[in-house]
Design a binder for this molecule. Structure first.
Ligand code: ADP
Length: 476
C-alpha cells in the first residue's frame, strides 16, 4: 500500500497550537515590554520633570520674595529686616540651586549665568547695599528659571503625549493580538474539524454503501494524514473485494456453463425416454421421469439465476429501453404464474388505477415482477390472495405485490435484498437460492428506480418498486 501520510493529525494539531502560542506569546511579550516602557516614562515624569518643576518653582518663589524685599528696602529707605530676608532668600535659593544641579546636571550649562552671578552676589560686601543684588539681575535669573520652567512643562507634555501614544499602541496591539488569537483559534479548529470530517465522512459513506450490498467502490482520498491512510486501506479492501467478487462471478459463470451442457443432455434424454422413443414407459417410470424432469428444470433455473447475478456483477446489464404498457405487463405476468398459483389455490388479482406506459426494458422488468409475484405465491399459505397494483404519478410508475404470507421481520427487511440471503426460518423449508430479490434490486436500480418492502410479521408482505416514466439518459 503506497504511503500518503505527509502531516499526521497530531502534527496538524501541533502546528495549529504552535501558531496560537506564538501569536499569544508575541502579543504578551510586546505588551509586557510596553508596560515596562510606560513605567519608565512615568518614573521619568515623577523623578525628573516633576522634581525639576517643583525645584524651579521653589527657586522662583525665593527670587520673587527677593524682588519684593528689594522693593520694600528701597521704599522704606533702608530696612535692615528686609536685608535679612533678602540674604536668607538668596541663601535658600543658592541651596536649592546647588541641590537641583546635583540632581539634574544637564542644566549646568543652561543655568551657568545663574550660578556664576550668584557666587559673586553672595560674596560678603563691605556695606549693606553691597549685599543687595541688583533688581535687574534677579529679574534676569527669574527669566532664565521661568524659561526653564516653561521648557520643562513642554517636555512634560511631550512625555505625556508619548505615554498616551504608547498606551494607545499597546491597547491596539493587544486588541489585534487577541483578535488574531481568536481568529487562529476559531478558523484553525473549524478548518481542522472540516478536514477531518470531510475525510471521515468519505470513508463512512463507502462503508455504509458496502453495508447496503452495493458493489464496493473506491472512496476519494481527501487528506494526507491518518484518515487518508484509512481511505487508502479502504480502497485496497474494496479492490480486493471487487477482485474476489469477479473471481467468484467467473467461477460461477464457468461452473454454470459446464453444468448447463450436460444438464441439457439429461433433460433431452428424459424427454426422449418419456416420449416413448425407446419403448413403452410405465406409470411408475413416468413418475420418476417427471421428478427427474422437474429437478433438472429447477437446476436449470438456478443456473440461469446464478449466471444473471454473475453477469450483473461484471456490469454486463445492458438495458434495451422501449415503451412498456403497465397493464399488459401485469396481466402477462399473472397469466404466466397462474399455474403455480392454482397449485396452491391462490387467487391472483390486479388493481391498476389507470392505463399507463413507461420507458423500460420489458424483459428485465417482467423478470422483476415475476420474481416478486413468484415469491408471494411461494411464501403465501393456500387459499389466499396475491394482489398486484400499479399506479402512476407524472414522473414515476409504482408496482406493488401484496401477499398474506408470514411477512418479514423489520431487521430482515433490508437484508432480503442481499445476494444469497434467505431468512433463517425458510432456509430449510422453502425452495430458493436467495437471488431473486438481489437480481430485482439490481434491475430496478439500473432503471433509476427504487425497491422496498413493507411488512408486519404475521400479516403478509408488500414488495414495491418504482420506475421513472422517462428514465434519464445515464440510466443503466
Ligand atoms: P429466494 O426466494 O430464492 O430464497 P429471494 O431473493 O427471492 O430468494 O428472497 C430472499 C428471501 O427473502 C427469501 O428467502 C425469504 O426469506 C424472503 N422473502 C422474499 N419474498 C418474501 C415474501 N413474499 N414473504 C416473506 N418472505 C419473503
Amino acid at each position: 500500500m503506497p504511503k500518503v501520510r505527509q502531516l499526521t493529525i497530531a502534527t496538524k494539531l501541533m502546528i495549529w497550537a504552535s501558531a496560537l502560542i506564538i501569536v499569544f506569546f508575541a502579543t504578551s511579550t510586546y505588551l509586557f515590554k510596553q508596560v515596562r516602557q510606560d513605567a519608565e516614562i512615568s518614573n521619568r515624569l515623577v523623578n525628573v520633570h516633576h522634581d525639576l518643576d517643583s525645584a524651579i518653582q521653589r527657586m522662583l518663589e525665593r527670587l520673587y520674595s527677593v524682588q519684593d524685599n528689594i522693593r520694600r528696602y528701597r521704599l522704606l529707605g533702608g530696612d535692615e529686616q528686609a536685608v535679612d530676608f533678602i540674604v536668607e532668600d538668596l541663601t535658600r535659593f543658592g541651596e536649592i540651586l546647588n541641590e537641583t544641579l546635583k540632581k539634574h546636571p544637564d542644566h549646568t550649562e543652561e543655568w551657568k549665568t545663574l550660578t556664576a552671578e550668584y557666587e559673586i552676589t553672595l560674596d560678603p560686601g563691605e556695606t549693606t547695599d553691597d549685599n543687595l543684588t541688583p533688581n535687574a539681575t534677579v529679574r534676569e535669573w527669574t527669566d532664565i528659571l521661568e524659561q526653564s520652567l516653561f521648557d520643562n512643562v513642554a517636555d512634560t507634555e511631550m512625555v505625556l503625549t508619548e505615554l498616551h501614544m504608547a498606551g494607545k499602541r499597546a491597547s491596539d496591539i493587544g486588541l489585534y493580538g487577541l483578535i488574531f488569537c481568536l481568529l487562529i483559534g476559531i478558523l484553525g479548529s473549524l478548518g481542522l474539524a472540516w478536514s477531518l470530517n470531510r475525510s471521515l465522512s468519505e470513508v463512512q459513506k463507502g462503508i455504509r454503501e458496502l453495508g447496503t450490498g452495493a458493489p464496493p467502490r473506491d472512496v476519494r482520498i481527501l487528506s494526507k494524514d491518518e484518515l487518508g491512510e484509512l481511505a487508502l486501506a479502504f480502497n485496497a479492501m474494496a479492490a480486493r473485494l471487487r477482485r474476489e467478487e469477479r473471481m467468484r462471478a467467473d467461477f460461477i459463470a464457468m461452473l454454470s456453463h459446464e453444468i448447463r451442457t450436460p444438464l441439457t443432455s439429461v433433460r433431452e434424454s428424459v424427454d426422449l425416454i418419456e416420449s416413448g422413443a425407446f419403448g413403452e414407459v410405465n406409470e411408475k417410470q413416468r413418475k420418476f421421469l417427471r421428478i427427474a424432469e422437474k429437478e433438472s428444470a429447477r437446476l436449470s433455473n438456478l443456473l440461469t439465476r446464478l449466471l444473471t447475478v454473475s453477469r450483473m456483477e461484471s456490469q454486463e446489464l445492458v438495458l434495451s429501453m422501449q415503451p412498456l404498457d403497465g397493464q399488459h405487463l401485469v396481466a402477462s405476468t399473472l397469466e404466466r404464474l397462474t399455474p403455480a398459483a392454482q397449485a396452491k389455490d391462490i387467487t391472483l388479482t390486479s388493481e391498476l388505477s389507470t392505463p399507463f406506459t413507461l420507458e423500460a426494458d420489458q424483459e428485465h422488468i417482467r423478470q422483476v415482477l415475476i420474481n416478486l409475484v413468484g415469491n408471494a405465491i411461494k411464501f403465501s399459505p393456500e387459499n389466499t390472495t396475491v394482489t398486484v397494483t400499479g399506479a402512476t404519478t407524472p414522473d414515476n410508475a409504482t408496482f406493488c405485490v401484496r401477499d398474506n404470507g408470514p411477512g418479514i421481520a423489520e431487521d430482515e427487511q433490508k437484508r432480503v435484498f442481499h445476494k444469497y440471503y434467505r431468512e433463517p426460518e425458510v432456509r430449510d423449508s422453502v425452495d430458493g437460492a436467495g437471488l431473486g430479490l438481489a437480481i430485482s434490486k439490481r434491475i430496478v436500480l439500473a432503471h433509476g428506480g427504487r425497491i422496498w418492502v413493507d411488512s408486519v410479521p404475521g400479516n403478509g408482505a408488500t414488495f414495491c418498486f418504482t420506475l421513472p416514466i422517462k428514465p434519464s439518459k445515464d440510466t443503466a
